[in-house]
Design a protein around this ligand. Sequence first.
Ligand SMILES: NC(=O)c1ccc[n+]([C@@H]2O[C@H](COP(=O)([O-])OP(=O)(O)OC[C@H]3O[C@@H](n4cnc5c(N)ncnc54)[C@H](OP(=O)(O)O)[C@@H]3O)[C@@H](O)[C@H]2O)c1
Length: 231
Amino acid sequence: MSLQIGMIGGTGPQGQGLAIRWGLVNEKIIIGSRSQEKAKVISNQVNEKLGKELCIPRINEDCVKESEIVLLTVPFEHVISTLKPLIPLFTPKHILVDVTVPLKPFEKGKMVDILPENQIHAKSATELLRDILPDDVPVVGAFKTLSNAILRDIDRLPELNQDVFILGREKEAKRIIKQKAELIHNLRAVDAGGTLSARHVERFTAFLIGLNVRYKTHDCGFMVTGLPKRK
Ligand SMILES: NC(=O)c1ccc[n+]([C@@H]2O[C@H](COP(=O)([O-])OP(=O)(O)OC[C@H]3O[C@@H](n4cnc5c(N)ncnc54)[C@H](OP(=O)(O)O)[C@@H]3O)[C@@H](O)[C@H]2O)c1
């Protein structure tokens, strides 16, 4: 049985980018929003780009109710306020996939970095979510280093050619998300270990944004060398 993917806050560039890439391989995606109207507008735009009716617009509550794999694609500073009212809707049959990165606001000329420990939380975003979700709901961190610019650019399919890091303590949930990630053409999913690894991966994203600024691009990503070949 194919597990339904939904995205809380799927109307932003990252959600749209992932919806486009999955849409290209015929995955139906629920685009969640605080507003049904906004979800509809964005879903129509993505469907038009794909030339097929694959995105389903929903308010965030219904997105959780109607999906098994729920990606969280809202800005980090709104994670708690967005998720708190939705937590009772999660069951052990769900997998929450954390895509968020707790970045400091961008300041020209300053190093791009994640939020300092004393501002919001000493841990990574994924650890924070692992702490607030019930113990029996799997939480996986993924897609944190993928640039929306390249994901959304339907004319640059082969250029994706990147790795995504999949992390979390629940092995079966990680396996499922790895499989879903690898449905996307030219994407390799790398098992990056337990939830704690999100501390590294979220910093990698800050590092990539710094490279983007320096090289005046939006496309930087990771491809790890030396890993065993895919079977
Ligand atoms: N952009 C990238 O290239 C990229 C790459 C890697 C990781 N990420 C991470 O992915 C997440 C989404 O990125 P994004 O660029 O798509 O973000 P975004 O455009 O700033 O926000 C995504 C969606 O979140 C919802 N949202 C905004 N403010 C909110 C609030 N106050 N309360 C509740 N929901 C709110 C909005 O959906 P509605 O108005 O429809 O509710 C919005 O469309 C972020 O955590 C980011 O760190 C992004």
